[in-house]
Design a protein around this ligand. Structure first.
Ligand code: ADP
Ligand code: MG
Ligand code: MG
Length: 213
């Protein structure tokens, strides 16, 4: 049973990999406006590393928790950069919700998403309004909790929360970046949404689509 969970996690990471690769150029262009332009590459390399490490761990018989631990390490290592470190930590934290020896419930899946996104907030130290992926993550997790309480459907709730995250990510275009960039570059970013917020919302939407179909 836990093997099935681990298998689904590998599948989820393949979805993230395909989505990051599909939008690689777009993420890079967003990051080039006020950052260093490497967000497309970071997400493509990170998701590829994570999916490959997860697959390798699964092939060696690992359960859900261990698969996510290896995936998180690989994401951080392959992506490099701030977002890679944060996504890697999120995967590892999400893995702590699972137990290698048992199966899972829709409740665990939602809890894993909440735990993973909390890790990004905690480790990155960004607050809403700093123009980072946290601006998408905070409304995402709020919507996810509310939707899941109402429907008990993890994929459907994630899909609705991803739509909320996308709106919030688009709205970051109006903010001047304060974190991780110089003030001058921050001002250049007005009119362009935060790359990490956009990529987060697109990845969550793809996950929901895949598992909700
Ligand atoms: P780097 O900034 O190292 O080049 P990326 O380009 O891959 O890494 O990622 C940039 C994204 O990382 C930003 O758009 C933002 O969403 C996110 N980010 C940067 N710093 C933080 C932070 N402290 N907390 C949360 N997210 C952050
Ligand atoms: Mg960058
Ligand atoms: Mg960089």
């Amino acid at each position: 049973e836990s093997r099935e969970v681990a298998q689904s996690i590998v599948e989820a990471l393949e979805v993230l990999r395909a989505t990051a690769s599909e939008h690689q150029e777009y993420f890079g262009k967003l990051d080039a406006v006020a950052g260093d332009g490497d967000h497309g590459q970071g997400m493509a390399f990170g998701t590829r590393g994570a999916a490959e490490a997860a697959r390798a761990a699964l092939d060696k018989g690992a359960g859900a928790r261990t698969v996510l631990l290896h995936a998180g390490d690989a994401w951080a290592e392959e992506a490099g950069g701030t977002s890679g470190a944060l996504w890697g930590a999120a995967l590892t934290a999400a893995g702590s919700v699972f137990d290698d020896a048992r199966g899972t419930t829709p409740d665990d899946v939602v809890r894993a998403l909440l735990t993973g996104t909390d890790a990004i907030r905690r480790l990155g130290g960004a607050e809403p309004g700093d123009k980072t992926m946290v601006d998408a993550i905070v409304p995402f997790r709020e919507a996810l909790e509310t939707e899941f309480q109402a429907s008990s459907d993890a994929a459907e709730s994630t899909g609705r929360a991803a739509a909320v995250a996308r709106e919030a990510a688009d709205a970051t275009a109006d903010i001047t970046a304060r974190l991780g960039r110089s003030r001058v570059l921050g001002e250049k970013s007005v009119g362009t949404p935060d790359p990490g917020a956009i990529s987060f919302s697109l990845l969550m939407a793809a996950l929901a689509d895949h598992f909700g179909a």
